[in-house]
Design a protein around this ligand. Sequence first.
Ligand code: B12
Length: 216
Amino acid sequence: MSSLGRIAEAILEFDEEKLLKEVKEALDSGLDPVKVLEEGVAAGLRKVGELFEKGELFLMHVVVAAEAAKKAIEELIEPKIMEKGEKRKGLGKVVIGTVAGDIHDIGKNIVAAMLTAAGFEVYDLGKDVPVEKFIEKAREVQADIIAASALLSTSMPVQREIVKALEEASLKGRIKVMVGGAPVTEEWAREIGADGYGADAVEAVEVAKKLVGVEC
Ligand code: B12
């Protein structure tokens, strides 16, 4: 089995110790930290999600797997992403958060780290963030982009509310909205009038650069 396969397997076995060891080894061997994240850790987590949906795992399993994944990401993967960052600064300001009613923040944290590494100034509002808070912070720091993450079909409509609130504040167009999260699609982004959509953290950076007019 490949080292990325072993990382996903460690998550499915809820074996934090093995996960940290495998991730460390993969990074030490020179594997791209983004690949380790997407094809190892995130792949394992998505599989856990599938098994949970099928009723083969309990929520407690998802909690344990998520905690182990978070630890591996925060302690090992994010520092590597930052190290490899472009050291370019001042691409623009991004206010990011997971929308109200939603506490999934692993993907959002990765997007925030990647944007920071790419040279954006990132203001992370955390999770379960009300619409007004996104708007208030974006106004305060004169943000270029609001990046809103949603992992639940029930929290996705909050992304539409953010676009609406910007329209009502006559800020639509001046502050761009970028949306993402597992159930979010390009079509959804278009339907709600968002300016950009990214399927993963790499795309998030590409889209953000496009939105501020920087060539990729
Ligand atoms: C881990 C997890 C949890 C953890 C979260 C821990 C944490 N701190 O985040 C816990 C256990 C708390 C949890 C709780 C719940 N969960 Co949950 N969870 C997951 C799981 C297994 C993995 C999510 C994850 O971290 N993925 C890894 C990251 C790296 O991927 P990602 O989040 O998709 O992010 C990437 C991209 O989407 C993108 N991206 C993300 N955000 C953004 C933002 C922008 C702007 C851009 C451009 C891109 C972008 O880039 C990221 C990096 O590549 C998913 C399964 C799945 N398929 O997603 C279910 C899942 C999302 N959960 C689900 C459910 C139902 C719940 C609960 C309601 C369960 C319950 N009965 O209580 C609660 C919700 C609580 C709440 N109010 O939010 C369902 C949602 C179904 C739906 N469509 O609505 C899923 C799909 C599982 C399933 N198949 O049933 N969950």
